[in-house]
Design a protein around this ligand. Sequence first.
Ligand SMILES: O=P(O)(O)OC[C@H]1O[C@H](OP(=O)(O)OP(=O)(O)O)[C@H](O)[C@@H]1O
Ligand SMILES: NC(=O)CC[C@H](N)C(=O)O
Ligand code: SF4
Ligand SMILES: [Mg+2]
Length: 492
Amino acid sequence: MSGPDPVELSTNPFDDDKLHEECGVFGVFGNPDATALTALGLHALQHRGQEAAGVVSFDGQQFHTERHIGLVGDHFTKASVIERLPGDKAIGHTRYSTTGAPVLRNVQPLFAEFAAGGFAVAHNGNITNALTLQRMLQKRGSIFQSTSDTETLIHLTATSDRGHLVERFVDALRQLEGAYAIVALSEKKMIGCRDPLGVRPLVLGDLDGAYVLSSETCALDIIGARFVRDIEPGEMVIITEEGGLESIRPFIEQKPRFCIFEYVYFSRPDSIVEGTNVYSVRKSIGAELARESGMPADLVIPVPDSGTPAAIGYAQEAGIPFELGIIRNHYVGRTFIEPSDHIRHLGVKLKHNANRKMLEGKRVVLVDDSIVRGTTSLKIVQMVREAGAGEVHMRIASPPTMNSCFYGVDTPEKSKLLASRMSIEEMADYIKVDSLAFLTIDGLYRAVGETKRNAEQPQFCDACFTGDYPTRLTDRSNNTTVRQLSLLAEAG
Ligand SMILES: O=P(O)(O)OC[C@H]1O[C@H](OP(=O)(O)OP(=O)(O)O)[C@H](O)[C@@H]1O
Ligand SMILES: NC(=O)CC[C@H](N)C(=O)O
Ligand code: SF4
Ligand SMILES: [Mg+2]
């Protein structure tokens, strides 16, 4: 086999350089418990970003902010913290960094003091011309406080020659390329906006007359808010003190390209995304997978957590019993200290463990949603074999992930993606399975309700599978790279 250089592939179960979710944004306008509600909303959006979290509130006189490295639950549960963030308006953010290091100064919401007053911005997505714009703004005199792509938006708003805040903000957004779902807060307004392609999700809710904006509906559920509707691609909603909501469409209209990976992996299965329940879509994906590449077996076993709904769909369609053959420990955090080689060897079982009784002598189909670097598949297959499984067939509920995301998902560089380095046969050899199959791209489109992928005008962003990026990647073409923060010392 003319195999790839295995040195660059990680088999380290503690290696965290894989596909991470993105960011979560949330906001409440006009409720006396705005900060407590925002903290709860962020807790429900924790799966979208686990590096850092922040909240900005406004009490009618002043803005207040707390931003921390770490989980929402580490910093936003104490009454004393909530009391430090008074007001009936608040916005918040959970972060996985895509541009700019995971340090405190890049943690959102970002806040700026404009001539017209304070302004806070929380952003999910990634701006693909941010670094090019940053260089231009710096030449014009802008003094950046962070290396986050989101700060570019603040400077463009501040330096716009338009009149009111909303016009300046629109003027700034029009200069951005890439993906953004944004929740912003001024003294008098909360603004929600999705980029013209609507790559990232954003929904509107209502809590006893107070407007709520959230990345996903699961965060409306946690506070008992009613789901009103999606913010549409290219739509901006401006929520004002008088209780009104104005909707404008400030961008040139384009065909939407929602991120199809939200259905595969990112969104929580209990969320309604673009009108569809994510859990149902994942089950349909599993059923498609069974139709495309089913095979005789005794058991269908999910790779927990996110492979579970697809495995249920696969098992139901194939008529094969579904069993939990791998158990996941839910207390494994990202911050687990990298151990010594000796302990690392034991660490294979840190997150997952085989349920030996179920597996002994069985022909099993393992279902996972995706293979990124192959770390998970490699260790799971080994574990299932050691537990006595007779045959191990791996089925992946998405096409091979061959390209990096530039729209808000923290993906490893292309060269570290297993599928960009190996054919399916080579991957099967590498993870040591009896057979390996991925869902086809048309199968994925069918599962989300389309007849097939429209190659001329794809209905979704699927660039990590196809390489067909829906926007320009200016920073990448210009070879512009993110600079280090010059001053790094700061308290977390
Ligand atoms: O090929 P790899 O680089 O190992 O990455 C792929 C794995 O990563 C994700 O799961 P993850 O462990 O992040 O979390 P989950 O428990 O939500 O499924 C995904 O569901 C795959 O299982
Ligand atoms: N994952 C995201 O959506 C990140 C938002 C923003 N690009 C940041 O790096 O902070
Ligand atoms: S490249 Fe992949 S993960 Fe990124 S927005 Fe497109 S479909 Fe989603
Ligand atoms: Mg997984």
